[in-house]
Design a protein around this ligand. Structure first.
Ligand SMILES: [Zn+2]
Ligand SMILES: [Zn+2]
Length: 243
């Protein structure tokens, strides 16, 4: 009997003994995950979106957004299968700010349900947080997500998890309070590269993409150091204010 089959039976047994409650509606979830099928179906898919930066686009759009058409960004591709809306925001908030680290598994499964992970990556690189924030929060959510993805996908499991390749050297005020222009200024020189990335095809991992300033800054840094291709893998994309 393979390990996968044993794990499956162990999970079925655990589900029947300890049924999970849905995080959103509080009803039994009927699976090993704390989200019922009904609530999972309510999560808004980020479709259609820009094939490069994953910006949500109006219905019947099938290509690139205006910004990516005019000036290709340093990030080669963004995989963000959901829109950052209140239901998903609640789950991510519980995970990040209420110390419910076990929700990493749920978020990894949601990501894998919405995306076919590219098989051409050389390494997974979680977006780092400053050590003071790490000390306060106790974990880097991007690292937890990367580890959860690796537990669930054997192809990803083979990739190195480059936790120390990048360092966030400067504490920054909460990015969500800043405008896009302030963020770009704030991020300048915030990251240092501590390992060679020449020729590597990198998957940056983060939870949510808001303006893309952080991921864009890191992608530029990695490309300047010779990285061949940089993608951002995140759970959700914040819709632009006009949609
Ligand atoms: Zn539910
Ligand atoms: Zn775009």
């Amino acid at each position: 009997m393979t390990r996968t089959v044993v794990n499956k039976w162990a999970r079925l047994l655990a589900d029947s003994l300890f049924p999970q409650q849905c995080l959103l509606c509080r009803l039994p979830s009927a699976s090993h995950l704390p989200l019922c099928g009904c609530c999972a179906a309510q999560l808004a898919p980020n479709q259609p979106c820009c094939q490069c930066c994953a910006l949500p686009l109006p219905p019947d759009s099938h290509s690139l957004c205006g910004a990516c058409t005019q000036c290709p960004p340093a990030l080669d591709r963004v995989l963000a299968p959901y829109l950052y809306e209140p239901c998903l925001g609640h789950i991510i908030g519980q995970w990040k700010f209420q110390r419910q680290q076990h929700l990493s598994s749920l978020l990894a499964e949601l990501w894998l349900a919405g995306v076919d992970p590219p098989q051409d990556r050389d390494l997974l690189l979680p977006v780092p947080i400053h050590w003071r924030r790490l000390l306060r929060r106790g974990f880097n959510q991007a690292t937890l997500l990367a580890m959860a993805l690796q537990r669930r996908d054997s192809a990803l499991q083979r990739l190195p998890l480059a936790e120390r390749t990048l360092r966030r050297q400067r504490a920054a005020p909460a990015q969500s309070t800043l405008t896009a222009e302030q963020r770009a200024h704030n991020l300048r020189d915030a990251f240092t590269l501590r390992a060679p990335v020449q020729g590597r095809r990198i998957a940056l991992i983060d939870d949510v993409m808001t303006t893309g300033a952080t991921a864009g800054t890191i992608a530029r840094l990695l490309k300047d150091a010779g990285a061949a291709d940089v993608q951002l893998w995140c759970i959700a994309r914040t819709p632009p204010p006009t949609t």
